[in-house]
Write a new protein. Sequence first.
Length: 151
Amino acid sequence: MAKITVAKPFKLTLDSGEIKVFDVGDHTVDKEVADHWFTKAHLEGYEPPAPPEGSHEWMVQASEERRAAAAQAQTEAEELAAAQLAAQNEAVRQSEEAIRMAQMKAAEQAEVAAANRVAVAIAGTAGYLPALSCKLLAKIIFLALDVRRAV
């Protein structure tokens, strides 16, 4: 008698015509039943033998392996392309942000230069005003520019 552990339930028809039903689990059977190829195919841990090289089964298996490898390569290529596209999009976003910041800085510098020109013009034409008044007027202009920027 031999002990077997069935992984997949099955029915086995013996040479005598008797049908034995095996459910999942441990069973004690005759050596003839334990050694039967159909029984072995349903046991826990069963690995079917590799087909002989050059046989039809071997070619089918090799073809399936090639197809699986090609599908895996395709998936990896698509993932790589998506990652590259995401990196390019991020680089574009960062470039656009840098341009926007440079434009804001240039506009701010232009406003400061304009305020300085106004302050110089006021100081030049208002020679009778004390220097303190010119500085106060320049501060007012700067505050007005800040308020305009905030709005």
